[in-house]
Ligand binder design. Sequence first.
Ligand code: ATR
Length: 269
Amino acid sequence: MHSTAALVAGFIADEFSYEKFDVPPQDLPQFMRRFRDGPLTGLNVTIPHKMAVMGFLDTIDPTASVIGAVNTIVKTGATLTGYNTDAYGLIKSVKDIGGIPDLSGKKVFIYGAGGSARAAVSGFIADNAASLTIANRTPARAVEILSRLSPCATATKAIGFDDRKTLVESVATADIIVNTTSVGMAGGGDPAGLPPGTEGLREGQIVMDIVYSPLTTAFLSTARANGAITVDGLWMLVYQGARAFEIWTGREFPVEKARAVLLAKLGEG
Ligand code: ATR
């Protein structure tokens, strides 16, 4: 995706390359020292380093601070700055692909309470959602996310997967529903798996899954069968990458071309 973007953005050979580094947790300090002193100018960071890496940076963007995780780093002179582009990627997907440019006043329902859910919560609050319900298998984690929020106008509620009646009711009354759990992900657990409460899905809702393999999860096909507008997780991957690319290079990212590259990789092109 980034290599294609670099070509489209006009970089020539040797000016831009995007490579993968496998860094065990105990090697992170040494890796970050080498990054600081070496020729690379940008990084993406993924599991399990998104929180730990914050201790090796000079500046942290306010959005990343609120989320408590960094996925993009840029080196400017001697300064390392950390950003989080996940919230941007998720919210941009809901707005542009879901066709709902203004999220103010909307009722939002989020499955999951991990790092992606934190990014989603911060994004929806920043965009003035009217209410946010977080449902998680382990309800204490949903409560914990909400307890860390600064006072805001968005009404919040945490529920567990066991509370079936409240789950179905909350799903049914939501305008936007996002799955941030790994339920339904290929290669882990049950690819036909559904989060609980999907009986509440209905026509006109915007339903997003952050899982992108398979591209159409069981959750999204159930939502579609119930008349919802669906947004797949590949959009979030593309848009978080778009923001990262723009932070690193200052150049525009070719969203459609990048998505086509990813679709081809997934065998969906
Ligand atoms: P990420 O950073 O991608 O959000 P994470 O922090 O590991 O990843 O969070 C994974 C989320 O998926 C959590 O909400 C987790 O629920 P728990 O907090 O109860 O662990 C959820 N999850 C993972 N596997 C699940 C499953 N089989 N059923 C329901 N929820 C699941």
